[in-house]
Design a protein around this ligand. Structure first.
Ligand code: HXC
Length: 260
């Protein structure tokens, strides 16, 4: 697949996707969203790839949706643009592979919303992460108003979205928006180590956990419990459950399906 706005590197079982429009701070336009969707669909079907890392070239992770492109949109086009990003980010949440946002710089607006749709977030000490849409006279459109309150609570989400003021890495870590912080030069190597640790786990279990957690937010408590018991019992039909438990009892490392 020929890539224009993205770069793909494969590191054993880990796919590293880099947003690669550094001159525009990797701002998201329709073309980039379409390219990412196509690439993720290919990765989803690739049995070798068990974890995905998203990062950005240059000084930004993603500085938001493309303001130049948005400035020319009418309401109908704006709605379609928002829906395209929303569908892509929901697709990411429903993919079996865990996705790590490796936030190397500015993660603003659509870039923050993209990071929120990833399963885990690492960041360099130098980042700024925020929802500055209000400063452009608009509101979040790639599900920032939906995911942020679920991730960090309504109170912190209101602060970020109403003020539009970005957070430092430390501030974002304090409220649980970022999971790990590293020095800039140590960010990617350490993120890859986390990705490799995830890639060595049971992909069936990881995919089920992603599904369980997303569902748990949609369902009422007792329904969510029922769903959990069902997904738990389904694990007992899988080779990975047998292998994981046998490996523990035999005091060896498990070798889950699909690993060489
Ligand atoms: C298009 C962008 C851009 C963006 C930066 N650029 N962000 N182009 N869309 N979101 C371009 C600049 O125009 C400039 O191009 C080049 O990238 C470098 O940016 P500078 O501003 O010169 O860099 P710097 O001074 O370091 O400032 C960095 C910055 C600033 C603080 C990140 O660029 C900034 O505030 N960007 C906008 C951030 C933002 O508001 N994001 C939210 C967008 S709304 P030229 O050609 O001049 O060199 C959004 C909605 C999501 O994301 C939902 C949609 C449905």
């Amino acid at each position: 697949m020929k890539l224009k706005n993205l770069k793909l590197e494969i590191n054993q079982h880990v796919a590293v996707i880099t947003f690669n429009r550094p001159d525009q701070l990797n701002a998201l336009n329709l073309e980039t969203l379409a390219e990412l969707k196509q690439l993720l669909e290919k990765i989803e079907k690739d049995a070798v790839l068990r974890c995905i890392v998203l990062t950005g070239a240059g000084k930004a992770f993603v500085a938001g949706a493309d303001i130049k492109a948005m400035s020319e949109m009418n309401p109908k086009q704006a709605k379609a643009f928002a829906e395209t990003g929303q569908a892509l980010f929901s697709y990411m949440e429903q993919m079996p592979q865990p996705i790590i946002a490796c936030i190397n710089g500015f993660a603003l607006g659509g870039g923050c919303e993209l990071a929120c749709a990833c399963d885990l977030r690492t960041a360099s000490t130098k980042i700024k992460i925020g929802e500055p849409e209000v400063n452009l006279g608009i509101v979040p459109g790639f599900a920032g108003s939906v995911r942020l309150p679920r991730l960090i609570g309504l109170s912190q989400a209101k602060k970020m979205i109403l003020t539009g003021e970005p957070l430092s890495a430390l501030e974002a870590e304090e409220i649980g928006l970022i999971h790990w912080i590293y020095k800039p030069e140590e960010l990617l190597p350490n993120t890859l180590k986390i990705a490799e640790r995830l890639a060595a786990k049971s992909l069936t279990a990881l995919a089920t956990i992603k599904h369980q957690l997303r569902k748990s937010l949609e369902l009422e408590f007792t329904e969510a419990e029922k769903f959990e018991a069902e997904t738990f019992s389904k694990c007992f039909t899988t080779p990975d459950q047998k292998e994981g438990m046998n490996a523990f009892l035999e005091k060896r490392k498990p070798k889950f399906e699909g690993l060489d």
